[in-house]
Design a protein around this ligand. Structure first.
Ligand code: NAP
Length: 304
């Protein structure tokens, strides 16, 4: 494939940026890549790995001359970085980000940008519970969705080029309004994470079940909660701080459903429980049919 960008600059060099760097290099989507991270340690690791062509000590240096700049930092850091890099962004450059919440990132970043920059926020729906530059891999985005939330009045050519970049990394691209994105993700990602955090916390607090029993029998469902609950604490703190309204709305609905199920259990209402679980099973089938997960028993951990 011919390169889509002359120079891609990453601000932040963690899981998402390193996966993008691997994928862009593999597909030849950029002529050159630069990057920077907050700590000297991460920058040294990225240099040692040869993750990008040039690891810079400052964000200003990394973005200078780039025709695509990707903010790959926790959402709480985006505004300060936008202010820092704004004077150094090249005319006609595209700025994007990979933050998990879209409206608040737009509100934090857009006011600082010069008019000659095309800001097109994005969110790859792909990740792992690992962090840092060594956590990335080129296949992370393959057959995953990337949601772009172009603001009103966006530049069509810039959007088209960014869309082709994500497709070149193996992703499918959808366009959405930022507020709708935040509601969808509150249902599919943010609230489930909160539930996993809570369940792992409950197991930790419950002294009648020993730690060794929890670990020994965790394959019965708890293990998947622990994987989710091991996700980066800073990133997830920011998710709930920045997607407050949508998460609270979904949590309210969740709590209501939970009370209904609680009553069904108390009253021995097996018909209600079975009907409910049949409906949820159908949702799981739908996810598999859409190619978004495996139908192997226990997510493929059990080898046939
Ligand atoms: P990560 O592996 O923890 O990497 C974060 C990077 O940001 C690190 O290079 C870190 O530098 C840098 N950074 C942190 N605070 C900074 C600051 N104040 N100023 C400058 N740089 C700073 O995180 P990630 O998983 O790649 O996540 C990055 C973004 O992607 C987040 O906004 C997250 O919401 C989004 N996202 C994550 C996932 C996922 O599953 N992980 C999925 C989709 C989207 P140091 O290493 O030097 O601290």
């Amino acid at each position: 494939m011919t390169a889509l960008y002359r120079r891609v600059a990453f601000v932040g060099l963690g899981l998402i940026a390193s996966s993008m760097a691997h994928a862009i290099r593999r597909a030849g989507l950029a002529e050159a890549m630069t990057g920077t991270a907050r700590s000297a340690e991460t920058r040294a690791t990225a240099r040692e790995m040869g993750l990008v062509d040039h690891v810079c000590d400052t964000a200003a240096e990394a973005v200078a001359g780039a025709d695509l700049v990707v903010l790959c930092v926790p959402m709480g850091a985006m505004e300060a970085l936008a202010r820092e890099i704004a004077p150094h962004l090249a005319p006609g450059a595209t700025l994007t980000d990979v933050g998990s919440v879209k409206q608040s990132v737009f509100d934090a970043v857009a006011p600082h940008l010069p008019g000659h920059v095309h800001f097109i926020p994005g969110h790859p729906i792909a990740g792992t519970e690992q962090s840092g530059p060594r956590a990335g891999f080129a296949d992370l985005f393959v057959n995953r969705w990337c949601i772009l939330t172009p603001p009103e009045g966006h530049d069509a050519a810039a959007l088209d080029r960014l869309t082709r970049l994500w497709q070149g990394m193996g992703a499918n691209v959808d366009l959405m309004d930022a507020a709708h994105h935040d509601l969808v993700l509150a249902v599919t990602s943010h609230t489930p994470h909160l539930i996993a955090y809570t369940m792992v916390g409950v197991a930790d607090d419950l002294r009648r079940v020993t730690d060794s029993e929890v670990i020994k029998y965790s394959a019965a469902g708890f293990r998947d909660f622990t994987r989710i609950a091991a996700s980066d604490p800073v990133m997830w703190r920011d998710v709930f701080l920045t997607n407050r309204e949508a998460t609270l709305e979904i949590l309210g609905r969740f709590t209501e459903e939970l009370f209904v199920l609680q009553r069904a259990i108390r009253q021995g209402d097996g018909a209600h429980l079975q009907a409910y679980f049949s409906r949820t099973r159908a949702i799981r089938r739908g996810i598999i049919e859409a190619g978004q997960d495996t139908d192997a028993p226990d997510f493929g951990r059990i080898k046939p």
